[in-house]
Design a protein around this ligand. Structure first.
Ligand code: 5RP
Length: 229
């Protein structure tokens, strides 16, 4: 695993490389998290230099950053088709299946990825894994259904843990829901698990992103590797 400064270097390298893929006139999905941050900053620089784009943020936090940087924003209602989305991931497997949601923005991230012609994943080298599941899978639930969803997840062989803020109160998503971080261990069949979770009442969304990523840019020091599914 990369050490901390090297990780930051990798995040910046892939963020900058991804921002170069955006073209004049694009509708751009703006990801969330510390790696997507570098892409948004690099896009802000390009906008200042004259690039004409409109962004659709995947979180309230990214919306604030984009506004600070002068990136014009729009909504999915105005632009339901996105040209390119740049977003991070918590894990990436060789087929570019992802675990996302470490930052809690998985619901809007998945809606935006699914509405995008191209999803570019940006990741430091520590995120690439042979099999998904070491990172606990974030599952967004409505608070009303939390206990029944926890029971369902336990029946699937995982241990769910309610995500909490530093003061111990539940973490609340941008959509006013809660998150269960579910340790499944190795997820050998992500597509099957995704179907079961999507079919469970009370689960709003889960962090398995399957068939959504078009390309992953992975940092290795200051070198950027391109992975395709
Ligand atoms: C937020 C996400 C992030 O993209 C993911 O957690 C990776 O974040 P970082 O780049 O900070 O490691 O899915 O919901």
């Amino acid at each position: 695993m990369a050490n901390v400064p090297e990780k930051e270097q990798e995040k910046e390298a892939v963020g900058r490389a991804a921002a170069k893929l955006v073209r004049d006139g694009d509708i751009v999905g703006l990801g969330s998290g510390s790696t997507a941050y570098f892409a948004v900053v690099a896009l802000g620089e390009r906008v200042k230099a004259g690039l004409k784009i409109v962004g659709i943020p995947t979180s309230v936090q990214t919306a604030g950053l984009a506004r600070q940087l002068g990136i014009p924003l729009t909504t999915l209602d105005e632009h339901p088709e996105i040209d390119i989305t740049i977003d991070g991931a918590d894990e990436v497997d060789p087929q570019l299946r992802l675990i996302k949601g470490g930052g809690g923005a998985l619901l809007r991230e998945k809606v935006i990825a699914a509405a995008s012609k191209k999803m570019v994943v940006v990741a430091d080298s520590s995120k690439v894994v042979p099999v998904l599941g070491k990172f606990p899978l974030p599952v967004e639930v409505i608070s009303f259904a939390r206990t029944v969803v926890e029971k369902k997840i336990v029946s699937l062989g995982a241990s769910p843990k309610l995500r909490a803020k530093p003061d111990g109160s539940p973490f609340i998503t941008d959509n006013s829901n809660q998150i269960l971080d579910c340790s499944f261990g190795k997820i050998t069949d992500p597509a099957a698990l995704a179907l079961i979770l999507s079919d469970t009442p009370g689960i709003v969304e889960h962090g398995l992103f399957i068939g959504l990523a078009s390309i992953a840019l992975v940092g290795h020091g200051d070198r950027v590797e391109e992975l395709r599914p």
